[in-house]
Ligand binder design. Structure first.
Ligand code: ZN
Length: 364
């Protein structure tokens, strides 16, 4: 910053000299919308629409600065830019640019940022000042430089300027060399701004706010009753209303278009489901009869098994009884046989050779 006041060296004499009468008393109340429409993150500093050392005369130049402020923080110079410093009251610029690329909208009126300049068109009354937070010696974050380029491109569009009107404080100051900010190459920076402007629009036309910013803020519609940032353009409401109606109509048409194939698909799906259901029912019916038959067969088989089992048990019982009886019979037979054998032994024949040894016979 280090701003030396608002006096200009070659200012035409008299208020508004060389300026169309409808370009006086300009408050840049669209700044926040312009920035948002460009896709920038915006913080509106409370009271910004009424803040300024009176109104701007017109917008002819964008003057880029760096704050030469503290090393830390996103926008530590915000308070000084807004409220000023000893010897110089705020606002000290209309816009601030944080290290993360956030745009702080500080004032809509004239701000003391340019100081003495080489041409009246660079003076505070004609120049939007951007104070980007930077020490002036450290590297710039890429996100901040990107935002700086996008911000200047948005302002060039909004105020119908050429990129050549994006100037560094070091380029506009008087005497030459009085200022060194910003500490980057301004030709390179203008090339960056040009690149942004030539890039395809990335802001889709969608909401009334976007329409407003893209068309109104760019002053695309010219008329004798329109001045940049004139908040009373009557056409706005017409377009917004029309847009709303069109959106509604388009939505309705889209919904109808969506509903038509959806209904057809629903019908097809329903038919398919019905067919499947019929098939399933038939299959189920076919299965039901065999199942019933099976059940009967199973029951009969079970009955048969039970009968067989009972028969088997009975048979086993019978067999066992018979076997026992037979065994008993056999025993009796054996017993008889044994008895007979004993009887036979008891009466050995006289010619038994064992008796020749003289040993006595013994019972078995
Ligand atoms: Zn500066």
């Amino acid at each position: 910053m280090r701003i030396f006041g608002a006096r200009v060296v070659d200012c035409p004499s008299g208020p508004g000299a060389g300026v169309p009468s409808d370009e006086t008393a300009v408050y840049l109340t669209r700044l926040a919308d312009i920035c948002r429409a460009a896709g920038l993150d915006v913080v509106e500093v409370r009271g910004w629409k009424r803040r300024g050392h009176g109104p701007m005369t017109a917008v002819k130049t964008i003057v880029c600065h760096h704050t030469a402020g503290p090393k830390k923080g996103n926008m530590p110079s915000l308070n000084v830019i807004t409220n000023g410093r000893p010897g110089l009251s705020g606002p000290l610029s209309q816009l601030g640019l944080g290290r993360d690329g956030t745009v702080y909208v500080i004032a809509a009126g004239l701000a003391y940022h340019a100081g003495q300049v080489r041409s009246s068109s660079y003076a505070n009354a004609y120049a939007i000042g951007i104070e980007a937070e930077a020490t002036g010696v450290d590297p710039w974050p890429a996100v901040q430089m990107d935002a700086y380029g996008e911000l200047c491109a948005a302002l060039v569009r909004a105020y119908d300027l050429t990129v050549s009107r994006v100037l560094g404080h070091k380029e506009v100051c008087y005497p030459v060399g009085r200022k060194s900010d910003p500490n980057f190459s301004m030709p390179d920076f203008r090339a960056r701004v040009t690149k942004v402007l030539k890039a395809p629009a990335t802001v889709p036309v969608g909401t009334p706010a976007q329409i407003f910013s893209a068309v109104w803020a760019r002053d695309a519609v010219k008329g004798s009753w329109m001045t940049p940032d004139n908040p009373t353009w009557a056409a706005q409401s017409v377009v917004v209303t029309t847009f709303k109606d069109q959106v509604k109509a388009a939505d309705a048409a889209k919904a109808a278009a969506r509903a038509l194939p959806a209904a057809a698909a629903d019908a097809r799906a329903t038919t398919a489901a019905a067919t499947t259901l019929r098939g399933t029912a038939a299959a189920l019916g076919a299965t039901a009869t065999p199942v019933a038959a099976d059940a009967a067969q199973t029951r009969a088989a079970a009955d048969r098994s039970e009968a067989t089992l009972a028969a088997l048990q009975a048979s086993v019982r019978t067999s066992m009884a018979e076997a026992v009886k037979a065994a008993v019979e056999t025993s009796r037979v054996r017993v008889r046989v044994t008895v007979r054998s004993r009887s036979a032994a008891a009466v050995p024949p006289a010619t038994n050779p064992s008796s020749a040894t003289g040993s006595a016979p013994h019972p078995r």
